[in-house]
Every structure is written in structure tokens, then in C-alpha cells.
Design a protein around this ligand. Structure first.
Ligand code: GLU
Length: 380
């Protein structure tokens, strides 16, 4: 089966743990991508290494650890990184196109569609899109922050079939393999539950290495869009063609949905998943959490226990279970578009929908977040 594949290559793979980008490694990855391309698959490469390339090119100057310094290193390094990829793909007769993204570029529906069109146009012309975060200008508010999450967002944007995260670890382990000889590689994850989350978040007892936390975040997002995810060791021989052929390498996350491109989930829901999430949260009670997760219902004001932060009508907000004991946000269960601004939701929370007009003097309807504007973030 021809697949659309997003490959994310971490800095640790490109440098093999040294201070220099390893050209031979990059050529080999370009060769593997070319083999997949030749076989009819569509490839998108998410590359890290801009800052590493900048540092290397400037001879490791002693610089203050400021945001401006990092942006400077990224500005110097990104063009060098791109120049290298361009040369290496050219060996295999392939043309590449660069896209630098921030969250701001997919925040509005219009910009999301625009970025999607660019990707489609490149793929339609058999050009390999090479993507990185626009580190030279990404401020805190619009930054994605790490390329694992960036690659998940790109996979959602591109409606990919498969996301491969290449790193310096063979995958997700039952414990830290450097400390625990009993640690075993987990070959397949079908449900991302608390036990799996604990493996990535535990510091010393758990995995706590190779950025597994962000890889798991990426897996959560991609899987919600029905995209398979594989975490594997980038130095493994011929890793990309082997994974694409279905060989059991690394840790596989099977997607909760069966899908046909462009159908499941619909594009607007994918935008909700990948677009900017307002920092505001809606905390819901157990009854509402169950109605959202298991009954496919809309969120009504009666189920809203608390409103955190500020958001406007139309913003994408994150819906969390209300952690009553700590009066705080529990696990994220869904994301969706708010139909009421936070200050008005504050006034109608806990009330029956019939009372909305009476309390606010207007109504946008009974739902706070309509089920058509909602995407679940957890396995049942
Ligand atoms: N965008 C960063 C870079 O190219 C890398 C971020 C990451 O590795 O997660 O240097």
C-alpha cells in the first residue's frame, strides 16, 4: 500500500551524539527516503538540527543563553541544514522544498488550509517537503517548542498515514534500559493509558530519556487523527524502508480509528487537533466527562465545573476532567471550539441550558462545545 509518511529526525540522530552534523548519516537517510519515494510512497521530512548546525558553523562561540542567541544560531544553522539536505537529496535526483512553521501558522482555519495547500502542492509535484520550526522568529506564544510535536502537527496537517519518529533510542521501554537490565522494549502500544504515560514521565525509574515525553505527546495527537506512529532508532540499518514495509521495529502505536484518507476524522476536526489551543481550560464533572467520552454528546453548561483562563467564542479550548480533590485540571479528555466566551461561561456553568438566555440575556444555543466541534484526546 502506498503511504504518506512523515519522518522526524532528531538532532541526536543527525549528530550521532557528537557536536557535528554527520553528513554520511544524512546521505544515508536521504537514500532511504529516496527508496520509499521510488516505491511510490509520499515523504515529508521533519528535521531538527538547525541550532546544532549554527553552533558548529560559528565554531561553538561562548554565547549568553538568551532567546536572541538561540534565534541567531537557528538563523545561521537553518540555511546550512537545508543546504545539506538539498545536496544530499539531489544525489538521488530529488527536489526538496522548505517549510518553516510555528503554531501561529496553523492557528486560524485559513492559515491551516493554506499550509495544507502548500504541502499538497509539493507532494503533488513529487517534491520532498522539508520542515522545521521557524526557530529564528518563534516567540513563546506561537512556538510549538519541540520537533516531536511539530511532526505530529505536520502529520495531521498532511493527513499522513504514518509518522516515524527517529531517535537515539530503539523505542519505548518498560524501564530505563541504561539502569535496569530487565527493561524490555515495548513493541506495540494499542492504548495510551496512565501506565504508558508513566513510562515516559517517570524520571529515573521510568524512561525519562531521549525526550520520550514529547514523543508520547506526538503519538497522542497523531493517533487521534488515525495516524500510525513508530518510534525507532535512527541508526538502525535501512530503518525507514523496513518500517514502511511493516517490519516490527521499535515501538508501534496503532491508531484508534480505521481510516481512509480525507474521511476520518474530517478536516475541521483535524484543525481543532493541530491548531492553536487557547490556554484557557474548561473543567468538567464526571457525568459530562462520561457523556463526551462514551456517548458522543456535546458539552452542556450543566457539566461545567470550572472555567480557567480567558477565551473568546470560537477559540479552541482544552477540556479537562475536574480534579475535585485538588480543585484543578485533571487529565485532558477533549479539545473543541467554545461557543461562549469564558466570562459568560463562568456565569452559566452548572446551570441547565434552558436558563442560558435568562442568565446572560442572550443565547448561542444549549451547547458550550458542540460535539461536531469536538475531538476526544483519550482512549476510552
Ligand atoms: N527546531 C530545533 C532545531 O532545528 C529542534 C527542536 C527539537 O529537536 O525538538 O534546532
Amino acid at each position: 500500500m502506498k503511504q504518506r509518511i512523515v519522518v522526524k529526525v532528531g538532532t541526536s540522530v543527525l549528530t550521532e551524539g557528537t557536536r557535528r552534523l554527520n553528513s554520511a548519516r544524512m546521505v544515508d537517510l536521504a537514500r532511504q527516503c529516496a527508496a520509499l519515494h521510488e516505491a511510490g510512497h509520499e515523504l515529508i521530512l521533519c528535521t531538527s538540527g538547525a541550532m546544532a548546525a549554527g553552533r558548529e558553523h560559528l565554531g561553538y562561540p561562548d554565547l549568553p543563553a538568551t532567546v536572541a542567541t538561540k534565534q541567531m544560531l537557528a538563523a545561521v544553522g537553518q540555511s546550512r541544514l537545508m543546504m545539506m539536505w538539498e545536496r544530499f537529496f539531489e544525489i538521488y535526483g530529488l527536489t526538496v522544498g522548505q517549510i518553516l512553521l510555528t503554531h501561529g501558522d496553523v492557528a486560524s482555519r485559513g492559515r491551516f488550509l493554506n499550509a495544507q495547500d502548500t504541502l499538497q502542492a509539493l507532494l503533488a509535484h513529487r517534491i520532498i517537503p522539508i520542515i522545521n520550526e521557524n526557530d529564528a522568529v518563534a516567540t513563546e506564544e506561537i512556538k510549538i517548542g519541540d520537533n516531536d510535536n511539530l511532526s505530529a502537527l505536520v502529520a495531521v496537517l498532511a493527513d499522513a498515514d504514518l509518522l516515524i519518529l527517529l531517535t537515539d533510542q530503539p523505542g519505548l521501554f518498560t524501564a530505563d534500559p541504561r539502569e535496569d537490565p530487565e527493561a524490555e522494549l515495548i513493541a506495540e502500544v494499542s492504548v495510551i493509558d496512565d501506565a504508558i504515560r508513566a513510562l515516559a514521565t517517570g524520571s529515573r525509574s521510568g524512561l525519562g530519556i531521549g525526550g520520550m515525553v514529547t514523543k508520547l505527546e506526538a503519538a497522542v495527537i497523531a493517533r487521534r487523527a488515525g495516524i500510525k506512529v513508530v518510534i525507532a532508532r535512527g541508526l538502525e540499518a535501512n530503518v525507514l524502508p523496513r518500517i514502511a514495509a511493516g517490519e516490527e521495529l521499535g515501538t508501534r502505536f496503532v491508531a484508534p480509528l480505521t481510516r481512509a484518507r480525507g474521511t476520518s476524522p474530517e478536516n475541521r476536526k483535524r484543525w481543532i487537533l493541530a491548531g492553536a489551543v487557547n490556554t484557557g481550560h474548561i473543567l468538567v464533572d464526571e457525568g459530562a466527562a462520561d457523556a463526551l467520552q462514551h456517548q458522543g454528546r456535546s458539552l452542556l453548561p450543566a457539566g461545567v465545573a470550572a472555567v480557567k483562563g480567558t477565551f473568546d467564542r470560537g477559540d479552541t479550548v482544552s477540556i479537562h476532567r475536574h480534579d475535585v480533590a485538588n480543585a484543578s485540571a485533571g487529565e485532558e479528555i477533549a479539545r473543541g471550539i467554545a461557543r461562549y466566551p469564558s466570562e459568560d461561561l463562568e456565569r452559566i456553568k452548572g446551570s441547565h441550558s434552558e436558563r442560558i438566555a435568562e442568565i446572560l440575556g442572550y443565547t448561542y444555543g444549549s451547547a458550550v462545545v458542540h460535539r461536531n466541534d469536538l475531538i476526544l484526546m483519550r482512549d476510552a
